[in-house]
Write a protein that binds this ligand. Structure first.
Ligand code: ZN
Length: 164
């Protein structure tokens, strides 16, 4: 499962504002973990302020579309009173899946920062061009990135039961 570290995007050091917002996304991911959900969290920021947050709720809501990004996106568009997230950055602990990348494209989110790649379900594996042409992406490196993937590794390890 070390392949969570594989990537096509070069990881980069985050600015202190990016790092602190990514920490908030990590907090959301921990909430998901406590609820037995896949530990992925997301926040949307606008002018440095968090306007939407969410974590994976597919089990609780019995909804396969209730990914962290979708919940944060809906909260953010509601906060802004429009369907677009121009000028917003979405922080998510794990690379978005194609569904979320599509939704973020519809929202024209300006920037996406994610914590670690998802070589199995990440959109770059399927359709790297899915995002809006004006959306830029960044992949975290170092401690934050490791924490994002560690949550996922622990979750899937616990799902598989005692180590073999
Ligand atoms: Zn998704």
């Amino acid at each position: 499962m070390d392949d969570f570290f594989d990537t096509t995007l070069t990881p980069s050091a985050l600015s202190s504002q990016d790092a602190s917002l990514m920490r908030q996304a990590l907090r959301e991911a921990s909430l998901a973990l406590e609820e037995g959900e896949v530990p992925i969290g997301a926040v949307v920021s606008w002018k440095g302020k968090v306007i939407g947050r969410g974590h994976n709720m597919t089990e609780r809501l019995h909804d396969p579309t209730a990914h962290a990004e979708m919940i944060a996106l809906t909260a953010a568009t509601e906060a802004l009173g429009g369907k677009y997230l121009q000028g917003c950055t979405l922080y998510v602990t794990v690379e978005p899946c194609p569904m979320c990348a599509g939704a973020l494209s519809w929202a024209q989110v300006e920037r996406i920062v994610y914590g670690c790649p998802d070589p199995r379900r990440g959109y770059t594996r399927f359709t790297p061009s899915l995002l809006h042409p004006k959306t830029s992406t960044a992949l975290a490196s170092g401690e934050i990135s490791e924490e994002c993937s560690r949550l996922m590794l622990e979750f899937f390890r616990s799902k598989r039961g005692p180590s073999k």
